[in-house]
Design a protein around this ligand. Structure first.
Ligand SMILES: Nc1ncnc2c1ncn2[C@@H]1O[C@H](COP(=O)(O)OP(=O)(O)O)[C@@H](O)[C@H]1O
Ligand SMILES: CC(=O)N[C@@H](CCC(=O)OP(=O)(O)O)C(=O)O
Length: 253
């Protein structure tokens, strides 16, 4: 089994959706939607801003966030189903799939995951249905907006299954302006150092932090890789993406 998170940056990437549809083996798909949420908030006259890669979500913006993410999840599940992989679009509000608590009151309706209903996921997969999860969680006082990278980490961690973040860059880059500067392996200490020195910024911050959380929770391996056709089968060759590890051990001979 593999947990795959598709970034909102890959919205509409048809060849990638085909790859997922034809992937042999069980999949759980978690999707983002940052750019579409931003566009919809702007169209409705709301301002939006991020703190450490997380969208500050005032209560009055929550309905827009949920509508956009729910629609995206349904579109993705429909397309995968049309391509032969029967899929079900869910949010954390279905059967308490994802429970959360508010992360920090200054961020508004932003949550951190506290529980995952893994039985629901197993029930669907036992019927050969692929879960497609939108990152909205159930909570006291109404739904919470959870960063999709964190949702994927919680799901993979709770299941003890590997996790792949598919995004719009070749991996974590030493120089974000240079696509040739991919870092093949990155550990926890290097992640924090690169966040502090600014080489890891924006939406890459929650991704690398969530990757470490997934490992702590029990995911056997985590990769950040480009959402290009053919990525999935090539992931473990080391020629693609960035593998996140808790710490590096130097091999001495
Ligand atoms: N060191 C880095 N390496 C790669 N990407 C980075 C780095 N620092 C910041 N980024 C930005 O992070 C983005 C990926 O995060 P995000 O936009 O949230 O993607 P997604 O929607 O796929 O989750 C990249 O497009 C890039 O602009
Ligand atoms: C709290 C928070 O930041 N929620 C995210 C949820 C969507 C997401 O994570 O989308 P990407 O994967 O495209 O970044 C947001 O509102 O943008």
């Amino acid at each position: 089994m593999l947990v795959v998170k598709i970034g909102g940056s890959l919205d509409g990437a048809e060849p990638l959706v085909r790859d997922l549809a034809h992937h042999e083996g069980e999949l759980i798909v978690v999707h983002g939607g940052g750019p579409r949420i931003g566009a919809e908030l702007e169209a409705r006259g709301f301002e939006t801003r991020f703190e450490s890669g997380l969208r500050v979500t005032p209560p009055e913006q929550m309905a827009v966030v949920e509508q956009v993410l729910t629609q995206l999840g349904k579109e993705l599940a429909d397309r995968l189903s049309q391509l032969g992989r029967l899929s079900v679009g869910l949010s954390g509000r279905d059967a308490r799939l994802l429970r959360a608590e508010p992360l920090d009151e200054r961020l508004g309706r932003v949550g951190r995951i506290t529980a995952v209903n893994t039985s629901l996921l197993f029930a669907l997969m036992s019927r050969h249905l692929t879960p497609v999860i939108s990152p909205i969680a159930s909570a006291e006082g109404g739904p919470l907006n959870v960063n999709a990278d964190e949702v994927a980490a919680a799901v993979a961690g709770c299941l003890g299954e590997p996790l792949v973040y598919l995004t719009d860059v070749p991996g974590v880059l030493a120089d974000p302006a240079d696509p040739e500067s991919r870092i093949p392996v990155l550990d926890g200490a290097e992640v924090e150092a690169r966040i502090q020195d600014g080489t890891i910024a924006g939406g890459m911050i929650p991704k690398v932090r969530a990757a470490l959380t997934a490992l702590e929770f029990g995911a056997p391996w985590v990769m950040i890789a480009p959402g290009e056709p053919g990525s999935l089968p090539r992931l473990l060759s080391g020629k693609l993406g960035t593998r996140i590890v808790p710490e590096k051990i130097s091999r001495e001979v």
